[in-house]
Write a protein that binds this ligand. Sequence first.
Ligand code: NAD
Length: 292
Amino acid sequence: MTTIGVIGLGNMGRGMALSLQRGGFSVVGTDASEDTRRRLAGEGIEVVDSIAGIAARADIIALSLPTAAIVKQVVAGPAGLLASARKGVLVIDTSTSHPDTTRELARQLGEAGMSIIDAPVSGGPKGAITGQLTMVLGGSEADIARAGPVLAAMSAKRVRVGDVGAGHVAKIANNLMCAAHLIVAAEVTRLAESAGVAADQLLEGINAGSGRSGVTQVNFPTWILNGAFDSGFTMKLMRKDVRLAAELIGQTGLRLPLAAEVARLWGLSAETIGDDEDFNRIVELGTRPAGA
Ligand code: NAD
């Protein structure tokens, strides 16, 4: 039986590990947090307390980590996979990370006889635990084919968008759009309410028209209008994704004024909306006093 390692067992990695186990794989996971390791052990996932412990066992290793810097540390740091994994190991990075980080890690892993694909995801913790995520994939066709059964246990839809790093470019672009849509949908909702149309009726109209988006079709009814704000995706992570977009735009030298304004507003949100709050809370930007 193929053994899959999962590094990072948070909101997303937990569901991925459980879906992989349900899909018939032998799964071994680890996380920097002892509490998280204990919780996953309680849910029937075998956990170890080091990356070396994963490297000793796994043929394919999925990462679900917060930032590109942490991905780099886990792969190429002193106690990382490069130092401990065997030739032939395939890394699947499902984190939302920087394409340049992935490309550099691909080079280093390649020299050590290992490989990596980027497989960032949409669908949230619910998609992870039900194995219904969507993935945009970057990597060689051979590596993606090899990862196929593992990806299939975690996702319902997969689109290869190019070579290593391309998945992260596509995911950053996707999240920049989601970040922008949240702000514009919040503004038009306020506009309509001031002009006498209730938010739920406005959204019904928009969702029947050409202004609709994932945000108006999913986020508003599922997490915003009902006050639930429990998507499992935090302000901290979305702010990171918007920063990744701004960084990528900066590297290209393009002038993208709307994207720049979206990045400015998400940056500003740190003054009033906490890191651990739900990312949909961005709709409250400008309505809360600073320091609240
Ligand atoms: P999370 O913060 O819930 O989980 C990340 C986990 O990584 C934590 O448990 C943390 O302890 C662990 N970790 C941190 N440093 C580590 C290290 N050095 N070694 C081992 N484990 C370490 O985050 P999440 O919501 O699960 O997101 C994970 C990734 O998926 C992020 O890149 C995020 O942008 C992306 N993502 C999240 C969602 C979502 O809805 N939550 C959706 C799509 C993509």
